[in-house]
Design a protein around this ligand. Sequence first.
Ligand code: PLP
Length: 363
Amino acid sequence: MSKLLNYLNEGISDLHPYEPGRSIDEVVAEYKPDKVVKLASNENPLGPSPKAIETLALSNDLHLYPDGDSKKLKSLIADHESVGTENIIVGNGSNEILELAARAFLNKDVSAVMSKHAFAVYKIVTKACGSEIIEVPAKDWKHDLDEFPSVTKENTRVCFIANPNNPTGTYNSHSEFESLMEKISPSILVILDLAYFEYVKADDYIKINELLDKYQNLLITKTFSKIQGLASLRIGYGLACQDLIGVLNKIRQPFNSNAIAQEAACNAILDKEHITKSIELNYSQREFLFKELTSLGMECIPSQGNFISFKGNFNAQELFTELMKQGVIVRPVALYDMPEYIRVTVGTEDENLYFLKKLRELI
Ligand SMILES: Cc1ncc(COP(=O)(O)O)c(C=O)c1O
């Protein structure tokens, strides 16, 4: 076996698997708390649209392959995003789209650019392709997009940008992004990850259509895991010019998104009321949590996502464990080079109050 492992593709041996948040079942089994509140993985605390849940009963056709081209879903996404169906690829989560793009453009002779503290999957997919990672220092926790063009090398093929970024919650404006697009070589693929798009409440934020119409080297990714509350079904999508979508379609698995996920996503995208309710809850509770955490002496990074990263007079790993014993699951973010910080997802009012109560007792 050890000899076999000598022949791993370059970059894989020193790669660490993605560490997901602790699950409710794990915490119940280990600590047996009276109640568990999971604020660890930036999920929608309201869950999915009730209309999406109805589709879970559609189990009669489980023996049939799903629509490998996700036609119905793509036509609804096309309406939602005001793009053509030829500009859309559906994936098994938006992570799959990130991976497809990496497989299409990265190899051991090239490099990819990303910000420090950026979403962990960018490093994983880049290293898995054996490519060099060029990391740009963050500026006030933000992606420093001004610096991106100057660090690219002759062999740079991909740039990853999370907007807002997880776990910092910081965002870049439309004009900051556009000036990057104007400066960067058109032979570099820029991936703009908009997993938390709907949560942003800033007037100068990204206007998707203005960008897609203009740039052939742009791939936008979005997900049904966050505002749509369908994280467990694994479904997301990419938006780009037709040629780029064509390339990604060549290398994706024939039936990469399952029938139940497609149907649930179709119903979810049509339920505007649930989306609006989820956005409003996040706005008000994000503000509430930020204020409460600040008044407890915590230093919070201003967030445009559905989570807040904060530090205080505590050891993050110890506080994470103590909160877990009390039934509150949050996320330490040492993996992101933020060892002093804890990331908490914005939950329902009840969940947030429970978290704050337990936090107060512990600090
Ligand atoms: C910035 C960012 N991009 C992408 C994803 C992955 O989303 P999906 O569930 O669609 O794979 C996440 C998940 O947490 C994320 O934080």
